[in-house]
Write a protein that binds this ligand. Structure first.
Ligand code: GLU
Length: 360
């Protein structure tokens, strides 16, 4: 089999792994594991991001309406994750493949040091032929600081591990050009950079997971813009992973075509650091115009009108235009004290270099 990619991240959503009644669908899980095993044996490096912990815990313990949402999530995920990883372990064992569990949280990506630590953890597993199975650590993560959903987490992992492709498996065939329930609606096979698809996005949320098509497409576009091919496909359709990777086949899916420009690893980290900004740099209209223009430019202190928050050198800050809009984020070269000191001054080195700038 001639393969399209040698390094992939595969995200399996809760709706793929659960039956209508909320119980874990082991047959489906087993079918996906079989496909991953085939690819792994062909030398494909795979990181698996699997949801299903909360759904599986809920199906074991039953719904207790008296418990608040946070208690429910913590209890269900603690029980459900143990069950989920046990099944994966047994299923992969049948193929003589070793898997390892990585439970993570948004905070673990907040500083460059933490980020590199996460990357090292997964790289060392891959180097030792172990398939990492990643999920958010729902038992201890704090609601406000959680990933929007596992789609966001899978995007971060694909970007961090420099994957060639990210495959998001859901329970529908891709993005439809109309309501998926209408017979005339068709899956859009390819979405190019800059193509507007807002008309096609259904706003309904997934039944057992936290995500939906809206977040999926936002993440897919962002990751594709970083140079990674993204596919949204149906995890329940037969041999979907093999078909997506086999050059001779054309599986039904929506492919977000990757941008050809390469993005540096630091820039990728910055692109996923929204929410970690330690302060704000307010800029004037001229600076805003320069930053949003065609050419990549650095932010100079002369264009800075106000600095808020307390930050250290190399922290992430938000960049705010005169209308109060957040233009993007960047890594600052100095701390907030120094930033206040040089704001508005001429002949200074850039406060944020263009290599460390991410505009939305
Ligand atoms: N981490 C959650 C779980 O395993 C899923 C989050 C999501 O639905 O994306 O149950």
């Amino acid at each position: 089999m001639s393969l399209r990619y040698k390094k992939i991240a595969v995200k399996i959503g809760s709706n793929v792994l659960t039956r209508k009644d909320g119980t874990l669908d082991i047959t489906r899980m087993s079918a996906l594991v079989d496909q991953i095993a085939v690819l792994h044996k062909q030398g494909v490096e795979i990181v698996l991001i699997s949801s299903g912990a909360v759904a599986s815990g809920r199906s074991i313990l039953g719904v207790n309406k008296k418990m608040n949402i946070v208690d429910q999530r913590q209890l269900y995920s603690a029980v459900g994750q143990a069950k989920l990883i046990n099944h994966y372990w047994d299923l992969f064992r049948e193929h003589n493949i070793t898997v390892g569990q990585v439970l993570t949280m948004k905070e673990n990506f907040s500083s460059r040091r933490h980020y590199l630590n996460q990357r090292n953890c997964m790289q060392v597993m891959l180097d030792n032929n172990v398939i990492p199975i990643v999920n958010e650590n729902d038992t201890v993560s704090v609601s406000e600081l959680m990933f929007t959903d596992n789609d966001e987490l899978s995007g971060l992992i694909a970007s961090m591990m420099d994957m060639e492709a990210l495959i998001i498996l859901s329970n529908i065939d891709g993005i439809f050009n109309g309501s998926p329930t209408l017979p005339e609606s068709k899956v859009i096979p390819k979405i190019e950079k800059g193509q507007d698809i807002s008309d096609f996005i259904q706003t309904s949320k997934s039944t057992f997971g936290r995500g939906g098509m809206g977040t999926k497409t936002t993440i897919a576009r962002k990751i594709a813009d970083e140079g990674i091919e993204v596919y949204i496909a149906n995890g329940k359709s037969e041999n979907i992973l093999i078909k997506l990777l086999n050059e001779k086949e054309n599986a039904i899916s929506t492919h977000f075509v990757a941008s050809k420009e390469s993005v540096s690893s630091v820039k990728k980290w910055i692109a996923h650091s929204q929410g970690f900004a330690k302060g704000e740099i307010h800029i004037d209209a001229n600076a805003a115009k320069a930053l949003t223009g065609e050419k990549a430019v650095s932010l100079l202190p002369i264009g800075v009108v106000k600095v808020t928050g307390e930050f250290e050198k190399d922290d992430i800050v938000s960049i705010i235009d005169p209308d109060g809009n957040t233009l993007g984020i960047g890594k600052v070269w100095c701390d907030s004290k120094k930033a206040v000191e040089i704001a508005g001054k001429k002949n200074q080195r850039p406060i944020i270099h263009c290599d460390y700038l991410y505009l939305e």
